[in-house]
Design a protein around this ligand. Structure first.
Ligand code: C2E
Ligand code: MG
Ligand code: MG
Ligand code: MG
Length: 285
């Protein structure tokens, strides 16, 4: 709470604000060590084909196991990692980890069509190196580029459109998929959207939840799906928690769904179980 009383320049900080600022500095200092100390891990959330119910792939979601704070949510440390630039080495590590994991699932007999979808921060798009980092991660793990998708948010793309577009075109040329994440929450210019070399839209959870509120919510999702069709994009609906949401989306021919209804972010072993259970069933049929 900062107060400016009339002419006098009096600023009052409350203790809560001081505590928060100190806390942030500590988290920042600890985050510098997190990679080296092996405190980061990646969980993988199922993405399912809404029509068949089959597991289509996973989104990689980073977690920080802090020695004293316990599990720290990405909402609390990704913004700090972005401000400090630490997101660049962290992002590279998540990418390598995810590719290695996909290789392990495939080697264990998972459906060869599965993909892993990795979040990319705008800071990772600042320099020209991301396409090389992606290519190296794929090659090291002998992974077909189609097994990898990169998730980029609307706001990251719109920040410096022409420069980012060049980089995205190079990424797309490598054969990896490109998804526009949190679609609908940023500033979307339709004319710019049309020029993006993306193949998938991820509809933000807020739109999925709004379907249950009123018919305008449903129509909005319907409009997004029509837009996606116009641009020949696949759609993943995020944050599906209720069966009615999945049914509505299915009725609207939304291709993929992700959310607690289908599974929370899982450890690699739990994913392996899901993947192999599916394979067994396919063989039995
Ligand atoms: P996101 O990319 O939009 O990821 C989806 C978030 O929604 C995840 O939160 C996921 O756990 C959560 N979620 C999925 N299904 C449901 C549901 O049914 N209900 C609810 N309430 N939530 C659901 P999470 O894992 O906490 O990650 C939050 C955000 O942090 C991500 O949003 C992404 O922007 C960022 N993030 C996570 N991992 C990474 C990473 O490796 N790199 C970067 N740059 N950002 C990451
Ligand atoms: Mg994402
Ligand atoms: Mg998202
Ligand atoms: Mg989202």
């Amino acid at each position: 709470k900062a107060r400016d009383e009339g002419g006098g320049q009096e600023v009052v900080f409350d203790p809560e604000m001081q505590r928060r600022a100190r806390d942030r500095l500590r988290i920042e200092a600890d985050l510098h060590q997190a990679l080296r100390r092996d405190e980061l891990l990646v969980l993988y959330q199922p993405i399912v084909d809404l029509n068949s119910g089959d597991l289509a792939g996973f989104e990689a979601l980073v977690r920080w196991h802090h020695p004293t704070r316990g599990m720290v949510s990405p909402m609390d440390f990704i913004p700090i990692a972005e401000e400090t630039g630490l997101i660049v080495p962290i992002g590279t590590w998540v990418l390598q980890q995810s590719c290695r994991q996909a290789r392990a699932w495939l080697d264990a007999g998972a459906n060869p069509e599965i993909f892993v979808s990795v979040n990319v921060s705008s800071r990772q798009l600042d320099g020209p190196s991301l396409p090389d980092i992606v290519r190296a991660a794929l090659e090291t793990n002998r992974l077909e580029p189609q097994r990898l998708k990169l998730e980029i948010t609307e706001s990251a793309v719109m920040r410096d459109f022409e420069v980012t577009l060049g980089l995205l075109n190079r990424l797309r040329a490598s054969g990896a998929g490109l998804s526009l994440d949190d679609f609908g929450t940023g500033y979307s210019s339709l004319s710019l959207l049309k020029r993006l070399p993306i193949d998938t839209l991820k509809v933000d959870r807020s739109f999925v939840s709004s379907m249950g509120v009123d018919s305008a919510g449903v129509r909005m999702v319907e409009a997004i799906l029509q837009l996606a069709r116009l641009f020949r994009l696949k759609v993943v609906a995020e944050g599906i928690e209720r069966n009615e949401e999945a049914e509505l989306l299915r009725a609207l021919s939304c291709e993929y769904g992700q959310g607690w209804l289908f599974g929370k972010p899982l450890t690699p072993d739990a994913c392996m179980e899901r993947l192999l259970a599916k394979t067994d069933k396919a063989v039995a049929n």
